[in-house]
Write a protein that binds this ligand. Structure first.
Ligand code: N2P
Length: 357
């Protein structure tokens, strides 16, 4: 009997210990009892050495996850399975998340490095006063192409892509706003157009581009272009910069009909469990030297003015990736078009991908 009791007591002790560990892990504390921070960012969008540096400097363990579209990020945050402490949405999604009460206001007193950001990237319409978000990277959408694989052909406009000579040559970003925006701009419409007839026209026009489309891809576009396996890619500017650093033959152009100017900012979702650590991480990423190293690594354009002096001039003086206001002024920023319109964009994009007429 005594043996049985001892056995039951030992079993109970093991159960209590396991419950304690599970509870501890759910709180985001690791086995060692140290703090953790869960960061949710776009793929290929950070120098991972900097994550290690942050961990060494603060003792906070970073759990790092990636997404490949704003829509996928939003769904995951809303599902709530994982609680993210820092995320990096784009402007129209930030507007949507603010309106949906999904973000926590930032505590400026914990972000002294915010002074490093160029005023040009602060106080933008999607987050007046930067109450909820701080700039991470910015850029354009355009065309990267390899004239050597196109018999010397130069591309300047969206409409150039419909040339029958470009059969099976084009890679497209797997993004509804980007591809629909290109269709709309190619017709002379705004990339924020919500007129159903215009949107249908854009989808029809995109369907007629299909013979020239080689693939609709995510970050794989970079290797395909670098290795001369594809001649043209519609992509975000930073990916073009990255590709061009590896393959000198490639050029990048922002099409003359107009295109998208975008901003990706760091935010703290309302469900965050480690708000202080989230501020520490954001402030760390805003540091001038850290931002310079991160920018050299990911090749996107930094809004961090103080970082520029630590970066090579051939990078910061390249007007294709640091376009002056004269160019950016004629580009459009995606607006939050509301649930119904965004769903309509997504549906048309899906139909396009499925080759439906
Ligand atoms: C990086 C993705 C950049 C996202 N791979 C542009 N919003």
């Amino acid at each position: 009997m005594k043996k049985l009791l001892a056995f039951l007591a030992a079993g109970l002790a093991v159960c209590v210990l396991l419950l304690y560990i599970v509870h501890d892990l759910n709180k985001g504390e690791g086995y060692a009892g140290g703090k953790t921070l869960t960061v949710y960012n776009w793929g290929d969008y950070i120098d991972t050495d900097l994550i290690k540096q942050f961990e060494n400097e603060t003792g906070i363990k970073v759990i790092y996850e990636t997404f490949d579209s704003n829509e996928a990020m939003l769904t995951k945050i809303q599902q709530g399975g994982t609680t993210y402490d820092v995320a990096v949405p784009s402007e129209y999604m930030i507007d949507k998340m603010i309106k949906g009460n999904l973000l926590l206001p930032l505590d400026r007193s914990q972000l002294p490095n915010l002074k490093n950001i160029d005023k040009r990237f602060m106080d933008l319409p999607f987050d007046p006063g930067n109450k909820y978000s701080v700039p991470y990277f910015w850029g354009t959408v355009g065309i990267a192409y390899n004239p050597k694989l196109l018999g010397g052909k130069k591309l300047r406009n969206w409409n150039d892509l419909w040339d029958p000579a470009l059969k099976h040559k084009i890679l497209l970003i797997d993004g509804a706003r980007e591809v629909m925006g290109m269709g709309l701009n190619s017709l002379g419409y705004s990339l924020n157009d919500t007129n159903r007839i215009h949107l249908q026209e854009a989808k029809q026009k995109l369907s007629s581009l299909m013979p020239n489309v080689k693939a609709i891809v995510g970050d794989e576009n970079k290797l395909l272009m670098q290795n001369n396996e594809a001649a043209i890619a519609v992509l975000w500017s930073g990916d073009a910069a990255d590709i061009m650093a590896e393959n000198e033959d490639i050029d990048y152009v922002v099409p003359s009909e107009g295109s998208n100017l975008w901003f990706d900012n760091m935010v703290i979702p309302k469900t965050a469990k480690h708000v202080k650590a989230a501020h520490q991480f954001i402030n760390f990423m805003l540091g001038a030297k850290v931002a310079a190293q991160n920018t050299e690594y990911v090749a996107y354009s930094t809004p961090n003015k103080a970082a520029l002096k630590y970066m090579p001039k051939d990078m910061t003086e390249d007007k294709r990736f640091y376009p002056p206001p004269a160019l950016t002024d004629r580009l459009e920023v995606y607006e939050n078009l509301g649930q119904k319109n965004l769903a309509y964009y997504n549906d048309l994009f899906l139909e396009f991908k499925m080759h439906r007429k």
